[in-house]
Design a protein around this ligand. Structure first.
Ligand code: SAM
Length: 243
């Protein structure tokens, strides 16, 4: 397996920002508003308030641990690319179960936090940066809920290209309809895109992933979808789904 190598290249997302309606769910608002250094208001909020997130969040509870155990069971001692590692709790837990985890985050403050704790960590914005690879798995726990539906599909495609044959994808999303912007928890704005099971399944199938498990998990505040998928057939062309 090739680790994430080289300097990460940044490029503007430009016209990939969706306007109008998405084939994968509710009407899309312009969610990732251009903002400060990262060009994304959510990422800027995490960067400015990483210490607040650390104080307000908790290490994985039983449901997340069981989910990560399932990922470890599929990956063995292989290599996992983690997107949006944040404080790195999932990565540390996963490594205690066998896999090697390559930590990344789009917020420099989290990257610095993890590096200061002795972990090799890369700055990687899921919207535009190269994932490298191939890996045995890509993990994004509570991360892809921050991107638009079109960006989500793009991430799924690039994750598919970043894993070896038989590679695994593990993602968690908030369950629900539409989008929201809230200052809860950080005291700064974060965008959320909510997902329903049929739309997630459709997006995964369209991007060459086969769903192994999709669980509905009660959260402390809102319900979640915990998904594990494996490489399947890549369609020659992503179908345009009716809204
Ligand atoms: C809710 S936290 C989850 C952190 C960690 N995965 C966990 O479960 O504890 C969301 C994380 O996604 C990161 N993030 C948000 N947008 C991102 C983007 N465009 N690219 C990479 N990381 C992003 C944030 O910096 C933050 O670390």
């Amino acid at each position: 397996m090739t680790p994430l190598t080289g300097r990460l290249r940044r490029q503007p997302i430009g016209e990939r920002t969706p306007r109008g309606r998405s084939p994968y769910g509710s009407p899309v608002t312009i969610s990732s508003s251009p903002s400060g250094a990262s060009g994304d208001v959510t990422l800027d909020s995490y960067d400015a308030a990483a210490h607040v997130y650390l104080e307000q969040s908790m290490p994985p509870g039983p449901a997340v641990m069981a989910y990560l155990d399932a990922v470890a069971g599929l990956v063995g001692d292989g290599t996992v690319l983690e997107l949006g590692s944040g404080p790195g709790w999932d990565a540390s837990y996963l490594e205690s179960r066998g896999p090697r985890v390559l930590r990344t985050d789009g917020a420099p403050a989290f990257v610095q936090m993890l590096q200061a704790a002795g972990h090799q960590t890369r700055l990687l914005d899921v919207r535009m940066d190269d994932f490298g690879g191939p890996y045995d798995a890509v993990l994004a726990d509570a991360v892809l809920l921050h991107v638009t539906r079109e960006q989500f599909v793009d991430v799924l495609q690039r994750a598919r290209q970043a894993v070896a044959s038989g590679g695994v994808l593990a993602i968690t999303l908030k369950e629900g309809d539409g989008e929201a912007c809230t200052e809860a928890k950080l005291g700064r704005p974060r965008h959320f895109t909510y997902w329903r099971e049929p739309a997630v399944r459709a997006a995964l199938m369209d991007t060459g992933w086969q769903v192994l498990s999709l669980e509905h998990v009660a959260g402390r505040v809102e319900p979640w979808l915990f998904v594990i998928a494996r490489t399947g057939q890549v369609p020659s062309k992503i179908p345009r789904r009716p809204v």
